[in-house]
Design a protein around this ligand. Structure first.
Ligand code: ADP
Ligand code: MG
Length: 315
């Protein structure tokens, strides 16, 4: 068991030694970090908060919590086709626990190293366990939500439904063999930001976002921003094998409506579809956009399909 470090020991012992990557003129320790703005493109920034008991169980492995907190933020940069540069961390802790902090910080800094992003500051406070990360990246060819047009094809970048199907396992409501437990934890805590796919499609895609709240809910955001209507054909959805084994008959509906997979949903104008298909990215065309009210219509084997629930909304 470790001692209970104070606020300044926490910063010094667990975060201040984070390696400082490119563009960091002054890192952790002063009132602000000083960052060299890239000479080209635009800065992209985004923030996500994970609250214990709402986004993850409080007793989860701290390294896994850290990995998820950073990965979901990086996913937003990926969805914008931005390269990660820096991040800050606002950490609220119910108690000072050196053991917990050691695991959390090693998971965090390992993930940061893997994606080439450096921790340059933050804030440390006492309160209910919550982790807020702000990421900053750089992009020369941003992928926005508002560029889609009628006739565009709708794509998803990879398998869906795994994280939503994993949730009952993560919450301890569904008991599964150790191997499946491991797969479920991986799907939930280690989503893969889709940097490579975003870069590859950036010359061709008319819009993109990452699927955090569920395909139907997130595609609706593209429809609203781009003033188009969507039809998707659920028999085409790439349902994750993990979702299939965990959720059985419910896997399709989790793939359409469940969140947390962090795959991309993107659209491609008809004249560019062939170029995207040639890239062999493993992406799947699931529908098309047309003129009309901003809504997502779902079909399954030719029949209208009713979504069982809306995407997750906090309020
Ligand atoms: P101030 O009182 O000026 O706001 P703080 O005492 O909160 O500064 O923080 C001191 C330094 O440590 C700052 O550079 C801040 O960005 C950094 N810092 C504080 N908490 C964290 C954290 N959890 N992770 C990384 N850096 C942190
Ligand atoms: Mg402060």
């Amino acid at each position: 068991m470790g001692a209970a470090p104070g606020e300044f020991e926490i910063i010094r012992d667990f975060f201040a030694s984070a390696p400082q990557g490119q563009g960091v003129v002054l890192g952790i320790g002063d009132d602000c970090a000083l960052l060299q703005a890239p000479s080209q493109g635009q800065l992209a920034t985004s923030m996500d908060t994970l609250v214990a008991g709402r986004h993850f169980p409080a007793e989860a492995d701290p390294a896994a919590i850290a990995a998820r907190a950073l990965r979901v933020n990086l996913s937003d940069l990926a969805a914008m086709n931005a390269r990660p540069l820096w991040f800050t961390l606002a950490l609220t802790l119910p108690e000072s626990d050196a053991n917990w902090l050691r695991k959390f910080s090693s998971g965090l800094l390992q993930t940061a190293a893997q994606f080439g992003v450096s921790l340059v500051g933050g804030d440390t406070t006492a309160g209910p366990l919550s982790i807020t990360i702000q990421v900053i990246g750089q992009t020369a060819r941003p992928l926005r939500r508002d560029g889609a047009g009628c006739g565009d094809s709708i794509y998803v970048s990879g398998p869906l439904g795994a994280a939503a199907a994993a949730l009952p396992v993560i919450l301890g409501d569904q008991r599964v063999p150790a191997e499946v437990q491991h797969q479920a934890e991986h799907a939930f805590y280690f989503p893969e930001p889709q940097f490579a796919t975003a870069a590859a499609i950036s010359d061709f895609a008319s819009s993109a976002l990452d699927i955090s709240d569920g395909l139907i809910a997130d595609l609706a955001h593209i429809c609203e921003s781009s003033h188009v209507s969507a039809d998707i054909y659920l028999e085409r959805l790439p349902v994750s094998p993990i979702a299939q084994s965990l959720a059985g008959a419910n896997a399709l509906s989790l793939s359409a409506g469940g969140g947390d997979d962090y795959q991309l949903c993107f659209t491609v104008p008809p004249e560019k579809v062939e170029s995207v298909e040639k890239l062999e990215l493993g992406v799947t065309a699931i529908g098309t956009l047309s003129a009309g009210a901003a809504e997502v219509r779902c079909w399954h084997n030719g029949e209208p399909w009713q979504a069982p629930s809306k995407g997750y909304q906090h309020f």
